[in-house]
Design a protein around this ligand. Structure first.
Ligand SMILES: *Cc1c(COP(=O)(O)O)cnc(C)c1O
Length: 419
């Protein structure tokens, strides 16, 4: 469900034709639909109605300030994974009491910044991290609210690069050692043990792994209770998939399965959805430069590239590609849709069936809202694309396209001594 639809065969973002955005802002660009963002957040929130809960949007999926502001205004919290993300949250006036901090490699500076901001809790992923947080908190004369992230050792059935809940992944502490870690943490004077966390992976399209994780977490919480550790929060992470091609469960079904084992524990439930909130709320728009035919293949060369959207090569991800104007479709062809970057991995689609476009036509790469712009780079000295937020009939430029000056910001030309 999203608000990118054809009107008179012209693709629109809410009430604005995409072609108009291209004329106004140039290509390539990302465009997000505020109506879709609000709707997705609401549907997810309503799925947990009746349970004491907090939704912490996993902002690594899409971290533009205007997007964060929109979610903050709807009462969202945030799951952050770096000091830079904390800065973004604070910049938009997000409530620090709704921020959780995840990640295996937090620096002392990041820990101190999180404590200074008085965030809700730090999700701790190792023994050494517990000790570091204890030390940093001691120096600051704070008690640090922490939650241990457990690795439930299960296979969420998703791409290996986005699977985090298996025992050989770097994330979390092993299930079997959770009790030891809590015992250790209780002996550290500057820590307050407030929660238990887990996050098993991303783009998960089956409810079974979520249920399995919840069951495992429940057993731990019960064990900890018997040992006298009373927690406040149970953080079940994110990971619900979206329909790129597959058919994931609806948020209501996901919530039902997730909550079944744990709803009677009396803990506040935290979730960290990223992709499911923003994935379908954004598209990437690019212009066709050339159609190139060799004796074996047809290539549609576009002005967008892997530096703009790396998911196809990084995760073998599928993104539907639609013509922005479908009034006079070209003949059906099978082609690779490729960018100008000097890499064979620079493709947005391979062996794709589509109506052959012409030079100058616009293409929409669908479901690009999550892990799209945030992963963009300046590889090949390409300016990062503009970001636009559409709200009914308004189009806001929420990030300017990089300029050439942006590309060299911070660089110095040094004069080397001649040798
Ligand atoms: C990436 C991440 C999420 C969000 O995952 P989605 O698949 O986008 O929902 C949530 N929690 C943690 C700890 C993460 O690393």
């Amino acid at each position: 469900m999203n608000y990118f639809e054809y009107r008179h065969d012209q693709l629109c973002a809410e009430d604005i034709p995409i072609a108009e955005l291209a004329r106004r802002f140039g290509t390539p660009f990302y465009v997000y639909s505020a109506r879709t963002l609000r709707r997705h957040f609401r549907v997810f929130d309503e799925a947990f109605a009746g349970t004491d809960h907090l939704i912490c949007f996993a902002m690594k999926a899409l971290s533009n300030l205007s997007i964060l502001k929109l979610f903050a205004s709807m009462g969202a919290g945030f799951d952050i994974v770096s000091g830079g993300e904390l800065m973004r949250c604070l910049r938009v006036g997000a409530d620090p009491g709704k921020i959780v901090f995840s990640g295996v490699g937090k620096t002392d500076e990041e820990i101190a910044a999180a404590l200074t901001a008085r965030i809700l809790m730090i999700n701790v992923e190792s023994g050494p991290e517990l000790h570091h947080i204890n030390q940093v908190a001691g120096r600051m004369q704070f008690r640090a609210p922490v939650s241990l992230r457990v690795n439930p050792d299960l296979d969420p059935g998703t791409h290996p690069h986005i699977s985090t809940g298996h025992r050989d992944s770097k994330f979390g502490v092993p299930l079997a050692q959770v009790h030891e870690y809590y015992a250790e943490a209780r002996g550290l004077p500057n820590l307050e043990l407030v929660g238990l966390s887990t996050h098993i992976g991303s783009q998960i399209t089956d409810t079974a792994p979520f249920n399995e994780a919840a069951e495992k977490v429940k057993a731990i919480v019960s064990g900890l209770r018997s040992a006298g550790v009373a927690l406040k929060y149970l953080d079940l992470g994110g990971g619900l998939g979206i329909p790129y091609q597959e058919e994931p469960p609806a948020p209501a079904e996901y919530a039902r399965v997730l909550l079944k084992p744990i709803r009677d524990l009396g803990l506040r439930i935290i979730t960290e959805p990223g992709r499911v909130i923003v994935g379908n709320a954004g598209i990437f728009v690019t212009r066709v430069l050339y159609v190139k035919e060799t004796d074996v293949k047809r290539f549609i060369v576009i002005d967008g590239a892997m530096n703009d959207l790396i998911r196809p090569v990084l995760y073998e991800a599928y993104h539907e590609i639609r013509p922005v104007d479908r009034r006079n479709p070209g003949k059906p062809v099978v082609a690779d849709v490729v960018g100008p970057v000097c890499e064979s991995g620079d493709f947005l689609a391979r062996e794709r069936e589509l109506a052959e476009p012409k030079t100058g036509d616009l293409l929409a790469v669908m479901s690009a809202g999550a892990y799209g712009f945030v992963m963009a780079s300046n590889y090949n000295s390409r300016p990062r694309a503009a970001e636009i937020l559409v709200d009914d009939t308004d189009a806001h430029l929420i990030r300017e396209r990089d300029t050439f000056e942006d590309l060299i910001r911070g660089e110095k030309i040094v004069e080397l001594r001649s040798r």
